[in-house]
Design a protein around this ligand. Structure first.
Ligand code: UD1
Ligand code: CA
Length: 449
């Protein structure tokens, strides 16, 4: 049996350089808070307990953790005395845990779960401590890994404490570390703060562990995996990197992106093969698209399920709770919210459908509006199979248009329309014979050219 696994995620930094009231780790990449990326990575590698170290200055982070993982998952580091001090803040919450723990960072959301898995595996094989290193293009600011001849890590020297020769080393510490929990806390209790920053460095556990006879190994990752976010500029760079990965993954899975750079994904966007996405499309959270569908240019889609072979757009907006069946057609300037469209139903132009059930093959004419809100409550509209809604119909919910029924163009429908009936609600037209000719003659006499 493999050993139990846990994760401690450090998220107590102030993040002042974000210049935001929102704590840094709650800023989103791909529609998911950075902290949640780290939590997901921990869960993906089988962590049975995940503890988040938060700062006393950011109660919003604790509240977020309580929602996602439960109240016991967040601990508070009262003062920011360094990364070793931060991990120690989790010691009590980890009591009774017998197994391996990975230290992750709330502001470095892209460490791939495979990499963490590799670290756990190497630890299982070699014992001791495992650090995640990488070859830095510019190592300034990072801790440097001092490697022994056998490739193990002798110690980590922080940039500020490093000599010019040590600074020339480009193999750096990502910060991610994996160790047996008990050993880790024992080593941490021995870390001191006699260094350039006057902080308790987590990185000191490597030299301490080694002198206590533990093996100290390294897994080498990519620099891009360990990308940290400290500013809005870096947040945008992280977003760009995420989008690029999603675009490539979508295309590799058989999705056609005519102009990949203009299509934006969410972390959970699911698109089947043979879907075509035209340029300038934005996917918010919770979108699933079945095969053969086509999303035309300039659509904004969020919380929507799109059926096989459906056509959406150009310039359509699908809001949360939208479910489109097979072969549904949604045209330009159509907004849909919390509504189901049965197979082959259509709304081709200039329409708002909210809180509604639209039956299979029903056709909604241009300018159909469901009036679902009275300023206090929301009401549902039901449109039967094969119904035909005339252009510019206002459906005042709650209301039902029966199967195969029609509504007359320009109607304000406030009462249910029975199956197979025509509901018309508009004033009758009166024609006044000769009125226009007479009017023109009078105007011309009063105002000669
Ligand atoms: C740390 C590493 C360094 C590594 C670098 C990678 C140490 C001593 N150094 O340096 O070797 O190359 O990360 O980016 O660990 N934090 C707390 N409480 C604290 C201090 C920090 O929760 O008291 C959190 C921060 O929010 C952040 C993380 O720990 O998420 C790293 O802290 P930071 O101060 O950025 O460490 P670095 O100096 O970058
Ligand atoms: Ca940092």
């Amino acid at each position: 049996m493999s050993r139990a696994r846990a994760a401690i995620i450090l998220a107590a930094g102030q993040g002042t350089r974000m210049k935001s009231d929102l704590p840094k780790v709650l800023h989103e990449v791909g529609g998911r808070a950075m902290l949640d990326w780290a939590i997901a990575a921990a869960a993906n590698t089988g962590a049975e307990r995940t503890i988040i170290v938060t700062g006393a200055h950011s109660p919003a982070v604790g509240a977020h953790v309580a929602k996602v993982l439960g109240a016991n998952a967040a601990v508070i580091q009262d003062r920011p005395l360094g990364t070793a001090h931060a991990v120690r803040a989790a010691e009590q919450a980890m009591s009774g845990f017998d197994g391996d723990v990975a230290i992750l960072y709330g502001d470095a959301p892209f460490v791939p779960p495979e990499r963490i898995e590799q670290m756990f595996a190497l630890r299982a094989e070699k014992g001791g401590l495992v650090v995640l290193g990488f070859e830095a293009r510019d190592p300034t600011g990072y801790g440097r890994l001092m490697l022994a001849d056998d490739g193990t890590v002798e110690r980590i020297v922080e940039h500020k404490d490093a000599t010019p020769e040590q600074r020339a080393i480009t193999v750096c510490n990502s910060g991610v570390l994996c160790a047996d929990a008990r050993t880790l806390f024992e080593l941490l209790s021995r870390v001191r703060s006699d260094n350039a920053k006057g902080e308790f460095y987590l990185t000191d556990v490597v030299a301490l562990g080694r002198s206590a006879g533990f093996k100290t190994s390294i897994v080498v990752g990519m620099e891009s995996d360990t990308l940290g976010v400290n500013t809005k500029v870096e947040l945008a760079a992280a977003e760009a990197a995420f989008q690029q990965r999603m675009r490539v993954a979508a295309m590799e899975a058989g999705v056609t992106l005519i102009d990949p750079a203009s299509v934006f994904f969410s972390h959970d966007t699911q698109i089947a093969p043979d879907v075509v996405i035209e340029p300038s499309v934005f996917f918010g959270k919770g979108v699933r698209i079945a095969k053969g569908a086509r999303i035309k240019a300039f659509c904004h889609i969020e919380g929507a399920e799109i059926g096989e072979g459906a056509n959406v757009g150009p310039s359509a907006r699908l809001r949360p709770g939208t479910k489109l069946g097979r072969g549904v057609k949604i045209g330009n300037f159509v907004e849909i919210k919390n509504a189901n469209f049965g197979e082959k139903a259509q709304a081709s132009h200039l329409t708002y459908v909210g809180d509604a059930d639209v039956g299979a093959r029903a056709n909604l004419g241009a300018g159909t509006i469901t009036c679902n809100y009275d300023g206090f409550d929301k009401y549902r509209t039901t449109i039967g199979e094969d119904a035909f809604i005339g252009s510019d119909t206002a459906l005042v919910a709650p209301v039902t248009v029966g199967k195969g029924a029609y509504t007359g163009t320009g109607s304000v429908i406030t009462k249910d329309v029975p199956d197979g009936a025509l509901g018309v609600a508009r004033s009758r037209q009166a024609n006044i014979e000769g009125w226009a000719d007479k009017n023109r003659a009078k105007k011309r006499k009063d105002k000669p050219a």
